[in-house]
Design a protein. Structure first.
Length: 171
């Protein structure tokens, strides 16, 4: 038994010395050698990168997520008026009390504006499917905040409990 352990130990020590010795001999053989390339690589091309950099930045900008920003009262007024008229045209009466209005601008390709009426019981933070009462939505595209114009794409009223949940929206 003792003889077997001694043999294994000797083999382990010998193998580590042989690997270390081999590695050192490779390094010693290359000690005074300087590696160079005789010619530049064939795939090396001289070109300007300024034009390519701006194209890459534009491509990255198109794929970035754009978050909505709150609109000022002055910016929102014409859109709120247009949204109110859109509900009237559909014979939907907006509540005069107990609601607050959210106005958001999304600076994406289609320049979107979203005007929403939420019940005062909703603080804008919690899950939307827990809202008590109705929620009124109007969505504009091609919005111009300076002129107060845009194209209405969606006019929608969602009843209490009618908001999609994460599980149902994925189906």
């Amino acid at each position: 038994m003792l003889l077997g352990l001694a043999a294994i130990g000797t083999l382990a020590v010998a193998s580590s010395f042989s690997v270390a010795t081999y590695a050192q001999s490779v390094l010693d053989g290359k000690m005074n050698v300087v590696m160079t390339e005789a010619a530049p690589p064939k795939e090396l091309e001289g070109k300007e990168t300024v034009a390519d950099a701006s194209k890459q930045q534009n491509a990255q900008a198109e794929s970035q997520i754009v978050f909505p920003t709150a609109m000022s009262k002055e910016q929102a007024e014409p859109f709120i008026k247009a949204a109110t008229e859109a509900f009237k045209a559909r014979k939907i009466e907006l509540p005069q009390h107990g609601y607050w209005i959210s106005s958001k601008y999304i600076d994406n390709e289609s320049k979107d504006v979203q005007i929403d009426w939420y019940p005062n019981s909703f603080d804008g933070i919690g899950p939307m499917n827990d809202i008590e009462g109705k929620v009124y939505f109007v969505y504009f595209t091609k919005a111009d905040l300076q002129k107060g114009t845009g194209e209405i794409q969606t006019v929608r009223v969602i009843e209490q409990g009618g908001m999609p949940t994460a599980a149902s929206s994925a189906n």
